[in-house]
Ligand binder design. Structure first.
Ligand code: ADP
Ligand code: F6P
Length: 448
């Protein structure tokens, strides 16, 4: 039985890259806590085990659950709707049934490992019913919930079938955390619209309890990135990367994302293609490296994105490339943390251009890696990170001309301007480490 329990769809074991696991693993390890989640493979439930100082409690998902709860309701219904509807949200009744059943399974697993009066921290859009279910099973617990992705405007949320269930589910928590203040306000407005509640400030009374909804912008493990960036081997790898990509090339542009339609990868590549076409950059002097990790590949919208991106990469390399020298290197792969940091160090311009993103940790990792105060960050206005990193070259990724303007401005900026911008962004990121984020959340939840 544990005093601190994390509940998330994924376990921090062999997980694909993603902000959630990167953010929470260090905290759970240092508190000796337990983690309830899914291994990522269907029809598998290993016995509880220890992994890197965390007590792991696997929850089983059958192949049908993966299909309906994970790929269906979570990633084809909720994910697109919560990201401004950038792709159409798909609705199916059996998916909703599976989502509810799987949420119940997670709530029961958490109830079984949490000690009397323990703190349970539930994460993300896959598990929005868990706080309410857990409260029914274990009224003695302190329950926190954090949503890692955006929370949509009220008008969009209202499209969700069985929408009131989600609001009630979240109200099962004592503290509901969001990335942005506006998201917390949207949620509180919905409690009025759907349940007739009367929030006061950031608090609302529900079934005799007080629930608080507040923004806690997430961050990264700054020291982990800092240590990697200081490692002579990583620095050597960064130099080698530059050389391998053409030592005489003046400009290395970089994108690092899960291959997700919210990340604006195709818009970014289109803008780069236009910059090559109009001669702002040339294959002699510039190269773009796009690392795109395979993600949710059984979902149709992700397959379509992959096809769009790969077609465009082929077109650009065909049109502007030369024998032995391509203007765009596309890696449909995951990379180790050390390799990512070497790429960050090598990149003159980091392109983070999502159409919508709750936070975006890649932007913060790039900044944390640049101990040399070099490099430039081109950042979408529609990321949570943009609220903190206002010294980036901010762009509207829906507007290809504005993307091109932002990239051109980063290319044209002088070293002093770049260093001043990077210095300010580094101060912000270093002052708001993920450890501080967790501490603030848990303090507000009333347990630390
Ligand atoms: P999301 O949570 O939507 O995937 P974030 O930018 O917030 O997006 O977090 C992504 C995390 O995954 C970061 O820690 C980043 O370093 C990592 N990551 C992204 N792409 C890759 C990749 N190709 N290889 C390894 N790690 C990656
Ligand atoms: O932070 C958003 C998020 O969806 C996490 O919940 C998730 O673990 C990560 O991105 C990666 O996605 P997935 O778990 O679907 O591979």
């Amino acid at each position: 039985m544990k005093r601190f329990v994390v509940v998330a769809n994924r376990l921090p074991v062999d997980a694909g890259p993603g902000g959630l696991v990167s953010a929470l693993q260090p905290i759970t390890r240092s508190s000796g806590g337990a983690w309830v989640g899914w291994t990522g493979n269907p029809d598998e439930r290993p016995e509880p085990f220890e992994h890197e100082g965390v007590h792991i409690h696997p929850v089983e998902l059958t192949a049908e659950d993966v299909d309906r709860y994970y790929e269906g309701q979570s990633n084809s219904t909720i994910w697109p709707l919560f990201h401004d509807g950038v792709e159409p949200s798909v609705h199916h009744r059996p998916w909703r049934v599976a989502y509810q059943a799987v949420n119940k399974r997670f709530a029961e697993a958490a109830a079984a490992v949490a000690a009397e009066g323990a703190t349970v921290w539930v994460h993300d859009y896959q598990l929005m019913l868990v706080p309410g279910m857990l409260r029914e099973l274990r009224p003695d617990l302190r329950i926190g919930f954090f949503l890692h992705i955006p929370f949509p405007p009220v008008e969009l949320f209202m499209q969700l079938p069985r929408r009131t269930d989600f609001v009630r589910g979240l109200l099962g928590a004592d503290l509901v955390g969001f990335q942005q203040p506006l998201a917390a306000q949207n949620f509180l407005r919905l409690t009025t619209q759907l349940l007739g509640l009367r929030p006061e400030g950031e608090r609302v009374e529900y079934e005799g309890r007080t629930v608080t909804a507040r923004a806690f912008p997430i961050s990264i493990d700054v020291s982990e990135i800092d240590e990697l960036a200081a490692d002579p081997q990583v620095q050597e790898d960064a130099r080698r990367l530059r050389k391998d990509l053409g030592g005489d090339r003046r400009l290395l542009l970089l994108g690092v994302d899960r291959l997700d339609y919210t990340k604006g990868i195709d818009q970014r590549i289109e803008a780069y293609g236009e910059l090559l076409a109009d001669g702002t950059v040339s294959n002699e002097e510039a190269v773009l490296v796009q690392v795109a990790t395979p993600s949710r590949m059984r979902v149709a919208q992700y397959q379509q994105l992959r096809e769009r991106v790969e077609r465009e990469v082929g077109r650009i390399n065909g049109e502007f490339g030369d024998v032995g020298r391509a203007p765009l290197h596309y890696l449909f792969q995951s990379r180790s943390r050390a390799e990512l940091v070497a790429l960050y160090l090598a990149a003159d311009i980091m392109l983070v251009t999502p159409l919508r993103d709750g936070m975006n940790l890649v932007a913060k990792e790039y900044v944390a890696a640049r101990r040399d105060e070099g490099g430039a960050l081109v950042l979408s206005e529609f990321t949570g990170s943009a609220s903190e990193l206002s010294d980036a070259f901010l762009v509207n990724p829906y507007d290809v001309d504005d993307l091109k303007r932002g990239i051109s401005a980063a290319i044209a900026a002088g070293p002093e301007d770049l260093a001043a911008r990077m210095r300010k962004m580094r101060e912000t990121v270093r002052a708001n480490d993920v450890g501080r984020w967790a501490k603030q959340f848990l303090e507000a939840l009333g347990t630390h």
